[in-house]
Design a protein around this ligand. Sequence first.
Ligand code: KIV
Ligand code: ZN
Length: 520
Amino acid sequence: MTTNSVKSERVRIFDTTLRDGEQSPGAAMTFEEKVVVAEFLDVMGVDIIEAGFPISSPGDFEAVSEIAKRVKNATVCGLSRAGFKDIDRAGEAVKAAKRPRIHTFISTSPVHMKHKLNMGANAVLDAVGVSVAHARNLVDDVQWSAEDATRTEHDFLCRCVELAIRSGATTINIPDTVGYATPQEFYDLIRMLFERVPNIDKAVIATHCHNDLGLSVANSLAGVLAGARQVECTINGIGERAGNAALEEIVMALKVRKDIMPFTTGINTTMLSKASKLVSNVTGFPVQYNKAIVGKNAFSHESGIHQDGMLKNVETYEIMRPEEVGVKETSLVLGKLSGRHAFRDKLAQLGYELADAAFEDAFRRFKALADKKKSVFDEDIVALVDDEIVRAQDLIMVKSLRVMTGVGIPPSAEMTLTIEGEDKTAEVTGDGAVDAIFNAIRELYPHTVALQLYQVNAVTEGSDAQANVSVRLEEDGRTVTGRGADTDTLVASAYAYVNALNKLLVKRKKQVPETLNVAR
Ligand code: KIV
Ligand code: ZN
């Protein structure tokens, strides 16, 4: 493989965490969470934010519209299939954006055309021209994707790409939809398009690689070396099945290996670690400990030989500094004697600005935490404040909880919930302490949902560490993930379940009876 001769050195980062990422089972985000993530991505320097698939649900439409209004710098993109109704809905959703983009796609591989679309090659070709031209009537920035491009016949792919550009597409995306390609193959495919499509220089070529064989990042980088100048990716690599190429890995590979890949991105890499935590928190998808760039162990050196080398010179075992991706030395925060001023300073350092009432609440909880826990770390403060933000608008709140459990006695929970201002109490048993708590919630606020996930992570080390609990609930195809943090795992569990329930209530209210049968 050799570096290409394309002049532009800038690679655009197209983030699809809110669209392809959100398609992973269980990764559903609420409206508010999507807006927070989009604003974060914008500040971090993402070039294009794919905010959703507007026709797929009223909720997706609303979220894309709101993100279009809020985002200051990035292009905001909405996905659509090739039909006019889809395209119009996407155009409507992104119209308030400073830089709106419609992304329309259709499958081009024989297997998809036959079994998924039931369309012949000529009909698909027609749809490419007509859909792109229609989108181009609505916005100036149109992206066209050849779904399953890596399993498409080359002649046909070239004809589709040429027609899409002629019809007005400004970006052409070449997805490895099923994660089947290898880096050399993907490089050759992009080169082939550069060599054979006569008007290829009129559009930006993009990569969109799935990770079924664990090759998505390698394939995306191969695409860049072959001339692609837009990479589609997601934070933490979340997405359909094994996910998409991970944004943080693409960006850091380009930064660290500039010697052989002389390209730049607009990403402020010091925000990567926080982006990863944010997406992990809102989706409830944990980041594996040894995940490149953002895993908990990505910068830990455990073996004696490595530690010795690091003490002599960090370059012995470190190819990038943790600070470059926003990982700081864990610092001891404040003690129980610390005052409001020091607490506000610490919040500012961690990137939080809270209104007066929220600040007072957070400060009260910090004091309570400092009473219970010997050492309060930055991570504890982050968990505490995030928890505060997450639960700020809840209609149902945990007022008190007493749990009895042990050997030889049936676990039981006595709980009081404040439900829309009114206190209700119940005492209920269960198979275990957590089961008893969840039964108590169901007794106090009757509902039928499927518990899809219950997960506990320690925020820091030690037996007095705070527990961060995630609970995912499913009702009629709607999933929500709730979170709760506390030094007591059982209390955190109650907070997390109740938080998920609150999100479900919001989703229920937003549900419009019409269901759109959209194949994603
Ligand atoms: O993987 C894929 O092909 C997609 C398209 C919609 C771009 O996500
Ligand atoms: Zn995809």
